[in-house]
Design a protein around this ligand. Structure first.
Ligand SMILES: C[S@@+](CC[C@H](N)C(=O)[O-])C[C@H]1O[C@@H](n2cnc3c(N)ncnc32)[C@H](O)[C@@H]1O
Length: 262
């Protein structure tokens, strides 16, 4: 039986429970540092550049970049909860990062105003219509200055398709267990996530649907959005321990440039 998914799931899932269920990936400072090292290796970031961390969640990469001396990082995310968490963390640690709530398809930000757009941590493929992924890439294109770079970090679609574990579970601590049932359907992973606390009982029972991308598909989408010099870098395994990290297991990173003459 197919897992039923509310198409608006992505508007509500990214809350305090997400920061627990996905903590092994999105609250691990060492992992964030390794991911940031990869970003710095693959695109020509300079300290004064304006960097937009699109779908940036609680801004973990922007805060890491800011702590390395990058002076102009902006996080835009749909989740007001994550934006509030990020603002609080930035003010506690003294990081000068700007946080904005918005929709990556239509940010309302000024065109040609960023030197880099980063879309990290598998943050596309959530919206109900596949055209929405292209709309996010087209919006990134509009926001970039001519001659500047985008970097997109997503799950490697081939690996998702060939080796997704249909049943996965992990403990967060002594109290909380996360169980995921997954199935592949038409280029997407449908998943049901049940989170149980031994003390409090059921914390979450929610389903979601995430599209995965094959290298060629993502390359074509980048070219379709107007980018050139599209490079697909594969086989990134960034966690230091073996485990089932779902979409974060093996990554594919795509870099591309907005033409100089645009
Ligand atoms: C898996 S999280 C990753 C967040 C962050 N990039 C990281 O690596 O920690 C995906 C994020 O994408 C955001 N997101 C998804 N669709 C979005 C949209 N249309 N506009 C803005 N943010 C979106 C979610 O709110 C969520 O914070």
């Amino acid at each position: 039986m197919s897992i039923k998914v509310d198409p608006g799931w992505w508007k509500t899932l990214f809350d305090e429970v997400y920061l627990l269920t996905d903590a092994r990936s999105v609250c691990d400072e060492k992992l964030t540092r390794r991911e940031t090292d990869v970003v710095c290796d693959l695109i020509p970031l300079e300290m004064h550049h304006r960097i937009l961390d699109l779908c940036g969640g609680q801004g973990r990469h922007s805060m890491e970049l800011s702590s390395r001396g990058f002076s102009s990082c902006t996080v835009l995310d749909y989740s007001q909860y994550l934006i509030d968490v990020g603002m609080e963390m930035a003010s506690r640690s003294g990081c000068k990062v700007e946080f904005l709530q918005g929709d990556a398809r239509e940010t309302g930000l000024a065109g040609s105003s960023y030197d880099h757009v980063l879309i990290l941590g598998n943050s596309i493929g959530y919206l109900p219509c596949s055209d929405d992924d292209s709309r996010i890439l087209m919006e990134a294109y509009r926001l970039l200055k001519p001659g500047s770079w985008i970097l997109v970090d997503v799950a490697d679609g081939e690996q998702v398709r060939d080796s997704l574990n249909p049943n996965a579970w992990h403990e967060i601590d002594e109290d909380i267990v996360v169980c995921r049932t997954r199935q592949i359907e038409g280029g997407s992973v449908l998943a049901r996530e049940v989170v149980v606390s031994k003390e409090k009982g059921l914390i979450r029972d929610q389903s979601y649907c995430i599209r995965y991308f094959e290298a060629e598909t993502l390359r074509d989408m980048m070219i379709g959005a107007g980018f050139e010099t599209v490079r697909v870098h594969r086989d990134f395994k960034l966690h230091d321990k073996e485990g089932d990290y779902g979409f974060m297991n093996r990554r594919m990173i795509v870099t591309a440039k907005k033409p100089e003459d645009e």
